[in-house]
Design a protein around this ligand. Sequence first.
Ligand code: ZN
Length: 171
Amino acid sequence: MRGELVSEQHPFAVVIACSDSRVPPSLIFDQDLGDLFVIRVAGNVVGPSQVASVEYAVDVLKSSLVVVVGHTGCGAIGAAVKAMLDPDLHYSPAMDMLVGRISEAVYNDDAFDAAGSMGEKCEIAGGANVVHALENLVNFSDIIRSAVEEERVKLVGSEYDMRTGIVNWMD
Ligand SMILES: [Zn+2]
């Protein structure tokens, strides 16, 4: 299989996932070499590098599905929620930028503000962060937006539950 893939690749899907060692996309989706074009970054956030990576997969490799997969118990989400609850809390400059992308997802979110516990806030932020990642892909890329409008690609959000091994798909 490796030999057949040396000269070209045709991954049918792009997966944007967290760097968490317990959430490797090829394993959780039971896929093989050449199947998935995987982009991993803590907190599965979407910034310019991630947008460009998806553009390459959609435009050049002709992948027809883009999946953002968040997960339960995400450390990056937890760090972002902690920073939102404590304005005096700062990480490194690079980490502050990363958690800032997650915070944007729940900016003015009534459900997030009303949530009483840390766990509940993380759950809401995790879901909102996946939606925000999908929004960034279409808002910051003409290539991806056109592909979606022309139905050449479908964007889907999901969350992997580490306790069950099940991926829950969003509407
Ligand atoms: Zn994570």
